[in-house]
Design a protein around this ligand. Structure first.
Ligand SMILES: Nc1ncnc2c1ncn2[C@@H]1O[C@H](COP(=O)(O)OP(=O)(O)OP(=O)(O)O)[C@@H](O)[C@H]1O
Length: 647
């Protein structure tokens, strides 16, 4: 079976787990890519969705009880204290984690709200500018259930059993998918004390992706330069941070490749001191994940870098380390091999030739082109901006609704820049967009499409020949709820007194239908993203349409994405790990265009690497990627010790 070839390529030590093997789902349980008429089967969901839209529309006029932070638009709307007070009552889990314990929905909040005095201009917003309302926690169709692989299931079971583990895997091996399941399972297991599970990551953007906070923020250690003893003293003075350390039973750390080894040791010691338990982290179960072949810890001298796996207390904390080997993102073994060679910094002449052949333009006839990945945000903005300028159509501007308990507005703004959803989203009919939330089996984070119209929900017509159109307005029942302002809402029109014409974009997405692709239309409405502390306090949240312009995207934001059509100009790629991250977003060679693949150039750039650490081989052209691509020799060496789970 070809799947056995789709491996990450790491040399591995095999262990026999048959004695305690977990009953993993058979391959036949793997989710089918066939069309599933998910939209048709949930009229109730559709009705609810329509009601949510109504609430969101009304919520723009009636949001007095919400706390807000200074938005990019520059309006400061409430005091920090107000923020903290209300935030504590607003525990909310990511809407995609539907199995999480129930919580106060923002929809309820909207209906409890009083008139928002802080946004008097709402009723005179031009028709082309729409301020997105507060979170509505829509009950859309559930995303497809994930059937974990045997490897993933095995790790999940160990986590459930309370083991401290580290797992890794090359790009596309399902680390993030597994982490989401781990979080879901742990939240269920510790449902009685929700703040027992601390979800953290080394960087803000990674923390946002999993709905957690940075490890620094969790630990309350500032930048963590002092000794562990001093840091522990500091934490003791911070009641909230102290409580977090004491209450946490499981600590999740994502993107650990960027956690410095010394910092890891300090965290482990701080935990021991505060919890009065000599075990690292004071005995907290630790779940660590990441890919050491991707971005390393920030260090002025890259040769002096100390990885987390080199930390003194790593071995004492992490009892089991695993390497996921089944690559899900790419199905083509040839492409998987090429990427692995790149990951290890050893490209064969054959692979170099193959990469060079990818310079040709991509062929497509559905109007959706490749997304070009750039290292710099300015390039992304320029590229998307010029494509937008060429479209002669009216602009629709959607302004995000931001909120959260964080008192430091500057810090809040910094966190908000890590969200995929932008503060101000400008769209036009004809714009190429990407969905940034999972909606159902077909419409997932990364789905590409084109805007075909802007319409009010009640005017969005389902194509009767297309049973898969996602249409909240196709429900025959009108919403029955009272609007938040007290007036009865019999249609999805704005509340009384509003002169708004609320239009949302209709996007024609390209979707997979078995081996083929098809099209599916969706009326896209606001969704929410948030960063929350283990006690459920939402530090920062944003409600916006789950769309971004997608002719171009930054490599930074593309991390974690799966894209069917990708264009990368390697002449513009200049930072560590970027080439591998960018190229490994593509699902197949047919959908990947690579310009300026010049191995010689890469080698020249690497001339600062000491010659004795550069391997050579007559048969193989070695492109040693110490600084510019990925593979640090220490990581290559260490990766050989990882365990795989026999499948
Ligand atoms: N068990 C699974 N069954 C089917 N598809 C899966 C499974 N696990 C992951 N995938 C799919 O594989 C793709 C890559 O998954 P994911 O993003 O979790 O990988 P990753 O290892 O985190 O990648 P990267 O390091 O590049 O961000 C996604 O499209 C995801 O839906």
């Amino acid at each position: 079976m070809s799947s056995t070839k789709l491996m990450s390529g790491l040399k591995t030590i095999k262990r026999d787990f048959t004695s305690n093997a977990v009953a993993a789902p058979s391959s036949s349980q793997t989710p089918s890519t066939n069309v599933n008429p998910g939209a048709k089967k949930s009229l109730n969901g559709i009705e609810q969705r329509l009601k949510d839209i109504q609430d969101a529309l009304n919520g723009q006029l009636v949001q007095g009880e919400r706390m807000t932070m200074k938005g990019a638009a520059g309006q400061k709307r409430s005091s920090p204290n107000e923020c903290e007070d209300s935030a504590a009552k607003r525990r909310q889990l990511p809407s995609s984690w539907n199995d999480a314990p129930s919580h106060t929905s923002s929809q309820t909040r909207a209906s409890q709200g009083s008139r928002n005095l802080s946004r008097p201009s709402t009723s005179v917003i031009p028709t082309s500018t729409i301020a997105v309302g507060p979170p509505t926690n829509p009950s859309r169709d559930k995303p497809a259930p994930v059937f974990l692989s045997q490897e993933q299931t095995h790790i999940l079971k160990l986590v459930e059993n309370g083991e401290s583990i580290f797992y890794t895997g090359s790009a596309g091996t399902g680390k993030s998918v597994l982490l989401r399941e781990i979080i879901k399972v742990l939240k269920k297991k510790h449902a009685r004390s929700a703040d027992s599970v601390a979800i953290t990551a080394s960087t803000g953007i990674a923390a946002c992706n999993i709905g957690g906070v940075t490890i620094h923020s969790f630990a309350g250690i500032g930048i963590g330069v002092d000794s562990a003893e001093h840091l522990a003293q500091k934490v003791r003075k911070n009641k909230k941070a102290m409580a977090r350390w004491l209450r946490t039973k499981v600590l999740i750390i994502d993107e650990v490749s960027m956690v410095d080894g010394d910092l890891y040791d300090k965290l482990a010691r701080v935990g021991s001191i505060l919890r009065k338990d000599t075990k690292p982290f004071g005995g907290i179960q630790v779940i660590v994940t990441g890919d050491f072949f991707q971005l390393p810890p920030v260090n002025r001298d890259p040769r002096a870098v100390k990885f987390a796996f080199e930390a003194e207390l790593w071995g004492q904390t992490i009892k089991k380390t695993f390497n996921l080997t089944k690559v899900f993102r790419q199905k083509d073994p040839e492409f998987v091999d090429m990427l692995n060679e790149m990951r290890f910094g050893r490209l064969t002449t054959a692979s170099i030739m193959k990469f060079k052949r990818l310079a040709r333009p991509l062929q497509y006839d559905d109007g959706v082109g490749a997304t070009e990945l750039f290292p710099r945000r300015e390039d992304v903005e320029r590229s998307n901006g010029s494509r937008m300028q060429h479209i002669k159509a009216e602009e629709q501007i959607y302004k995000a609704y931001d909120s959260g308990s964080i008192a430091d507005t500057e810090q809040g703004q910094k966190v908000l820049t890590n969200f995929m959803a932008s503060e101000r989203l400008i769209l036009k009919v004809g714009a190429q967009v990407m969905l940034i939330k999972n909606i159902d089996e077909q419409l997932v984070n990364g789905s590409m499409g084109t805007i075909v119209e802007f319409t009010e929900p009640q005017n969005f017509m389902t194509n009767p020949d297309d049973p898969y159109t996602v249409s909240p307005a196709s429900a025959t029942t009108k919403p029955t709820s009272a609007s938040a302002s007290g007036s009865k809402g019999s249609t999805a029109a704005p509340a009384r007194g509003a002169s708004l014409v609320q239009k949302w974009p209709v996007v024609e997405f390209i979707v997979r239908q078995g081996q083929n692709t098809g099209k599916r239309r969706m009326l896209v409405q606001p969704e929410s993203w948030k960063v929350e502390l283990p006690n459920g306090e939402v530090q920062v949240a944003r409600t916006q349409l789950p769309l971004i312009l997608a002719w171009a995207m930054s490599i930074h934001k593309s991390q974690g994405q799966t894209l069917d059509r990708v264009k990368v100009d390697l002449a513009k790629v200049f930072e560590k790990g970027q080439a591998y991250v960018a190229l490994s977003r593509a699902t197949c060679l047919e959908g990947l265009q690579v310009l300026n693949f010049d191995a010689t150039k890469v080698r020249l750039r690497l001339s600062i690497v000491p010659s004795d650490s550069c391997p050579s081989d007559d048969e193989v052209l070695i492109v040693y990627c110490y600084l510019q691509v990925n593979a640090h020799p220490k990581v290559v060496q260490w990766s050989k010790t990882l365990e795989t789970i026999p499948v």
